[in-house]
Design a protein around this ligand. Structure first.
Ligand SMILES: [Zn+2]
Length: 126
């Protein structure tokens, strides 16, 4: 940062003194007395400025019907194409053991090599 742009502590704190979030102001609905955003339709009854501007129950029914139709459509489509996935073969212990054995054998071999190299270096140093 260029020194010319540097803010001192006081400037930073003055700036931050205005960054606090303010509580939302809410209005009381004249129809159902619920809280709603000022200059917005009441979301619990659909009234604004003393009259009903949206029939929320009808909208909800419409939405439910649409979603139900969509669900049925998807269900039909997947029902026709969907085949039950083949059950993945469960790995039994018999299948697992050779791998495990091989790993153990490799570990043992590595350890043996390490020991041998250690003993050789000991021999070399002596
Ligand atoms: Zn209301």
């Amino acid at each position: 940062m260029v020194v010319r742009m540097r803010h001192n502590r006081s400037q930073v704190r003055q700036d931050r003194s205005h960054q606090a979030l303010k509580e939302r102001t809410l209005s009381v609905c004249s129809h159902c007395k619920a809280l709603h955003l000022p200059h917005h339709m009441c979301l619990s009854c659909g009234w604004y400025n003393g009259r009903q501007v949206m029939d929320l129950e009808a909208e909800k029914a419409k939405r439910d019907r649409r979603l139900k139709e969509k669900r049925e459509r998807i269900g039909v489509e997947t029902g026709a194409e969907h085949q039950p996935a083949p059950v993945p073969a469960v790995e039994t212990k018999d299948e697992k053991q050779p791998k495990e054995k091989a790993r153990k054998a490799r570990g043992a071999a590595a350890k043996r090599l390490k020991d041998e190299s250690l003993s050789q270096s000991e021999i070399g140093s002596n």
